[in-house]
Design a protein around this ligand. Structure first.
Ligand SMILES: [Zn+2]
Length: 417
């Protein structure tokens, strides 16, 4: 079985012969005498595309590696048999994006270890979203010190420099005994093989790799880090990136949003960091104030006490409260108020939310709320004594609370009769 992509990843179609074909669950598992399709592995997503047999088109929806064989998972009607002559055609956009992502990943990781020499590559994930027609790269790195945005920006600039210098990328085979110190290779690989495939970015990086790569770095055109997520308290990071047009679109989207927002707020674009830092501090104060408010609110809500057929009902509007905070308030009320009661709380933020509670009263508040909202729209759920629902923000919040309270009052009246 010949894997054409190993020698030339730029060939996007080939004639081939089916050497094995099994049909399971409406799909064919096809082995070919030669293929342009690379399997999923080494962090690189698989190629996709189609098989043509005479004028019939079959879709290749997955490509797997089984031992040393490439298994094409094929979907389509008509028969496929051993000995059939077919033409394999790659989804070239998908393949080429994966080649760019993979080559960029080599340059990125080398640039990263130049800045963070004590870091170790834990994982790679290079994918192509078939619906959005967009590529995404992720590397997981464990570093011996925190990775910060400022240094990462420097790394990003270095990657783009290597791209624009249009360095050549070569692929060749080396005997394991001839490997030199400057070649990145996983120890686990060395235990299994006598020879390794090396991918070399001219005067920059050498790594053992079995993926598909470009010939020239300039084909990547542009590289952009899109996010960094720290995992737990360790210095383990997922760093996400895009390449080419996807990277450019991302960079334009972010910069335009910053320009637009800065202009609206009356700042220069380079002052936006100062604005965001100020926002961060304000958010901290707001969260502190909300905590204080949560302590004070139960006493305030207690003043709304009305009695319907011997059962007290409490209610209140909490502006700026999200569902989560409203639920916290509900739990505080339950603790504080010693008598049996029913309470309805309405919170408004970007959306509105309702919390209903009952204590020692045989009233299913979740059911009552559900009934009420069947007319007003809204989603949520809960238990008979504690329910929480999200609702479309109303123009007249007082009116909404009034009708809500009236609904509960009438349910309480029914209970007593
Ligand atoms: Zn590679």
């Amino acid at each position: 079985m010949s894997e054409i992509w190993l020698q030339n990843p730029y060939i996007d179609k080939t004639r081939a012969k089916i050497v094995s074909c099994e049909r399971t669950n409406g799909k064919f598992r096809v082995l070919l005498d030669k293929t342009v399709f690379r399997y999923k592995g080494g962090g690189q997503d698989c190629d996709k595309g189609k098989l043509l047999k005479n004028s019939t088109i079959y879709r290749i929806i997955d490509v797997e590696r089984e031992e040393d064989k490439t298994v094409h998972i094929v979907k389509g009607k008509g028969p496929l048999n051993v000995g059939d002559e077919v033409i394999c055609v790659l989804d070239w956009d998908r393949r080429y994006t994966l080649m760019k992502l993979h080559t960029a990943e080599h340059i990125f990781y080398r640039s990263l270890i130049n800045e963070f020499p004590g870091s170790e590559l834990k994982d790679i994930w290079l994918t192509f979203d078939d619906e959005k027609r967009e590529g995404n790269g992720t590397i997981t790195v464990e570093s011996d010190r925190p990775i910060d945005w400022k240094t990462l920006t420097k790394v990003e600039a270095e990657v783009n420099k290597i791209i624009h210098e249009n360095r050549s990328v070569k692929t060749y085979i080396l005997n394991v005994k001839d490997l030199t110190e400057d070649i990145r290779v996983r120890d686990s690989l060395l235990k299994r093989v006598d020879q390794v495939r090396i991918v070399e970015v001219e005067n920059f990086d050498k790594a053992a790799c079995s993926g598909t790569h470009l010939r020239k770095t300039s084909e990547i055109t542009f590289f952009k880090i899109t996010s960094i997520e720290r995992k737990g308290n360790d210095n383990v990071y997922h760093i996400n990136f895009k390449i080419g047009e996807d990277a450019l679109n991302f960079a334009l989207m972010v910069s335009n949003q910053v320009l637009w927002k800065a202009q609206n707020l009356g700042y220069n674009p380079d002052e936006i960091i100062y604005v965001l830092e100020k926002y961060e501090k304000l958010r901290g104060s707001l969260s502190y104030l909300k905590t204080q408010l949560l302590e004070a609110l139960p006493s305030y809500i207690e003043k709304s006490r009305e009695v319907v057929q011997n059962i007290p009902i409490y209610h209140g509007i909490c502006k700026g409260f999200e569902a989560k905070e409203l639920a916290m308030l509900g739990r505080k009320l339950k603790k504080k108020i010693k008598e049996s009661f029913v309470a309805v709380l309405l919170g408004t933020n970007e959306t509105a939310s309702i919390v209903a509670i009952s204590k020692g009263v045989n009233l299913d508040v979740s059911k009552v709320l559900k009934e009420f909202l069947s007319e007003h729209g809204g989603k949520g759920g809960g238990r008979p004594d504690f329910a929480i629902y999200g609702i479309k923000k109303s123009n007249n919040i007082n009116e909404l609370l009034n009708s809500l309270v009236n609904k509960f009052k009438s349910e309480l009246t029914k209970l007593q009769t």
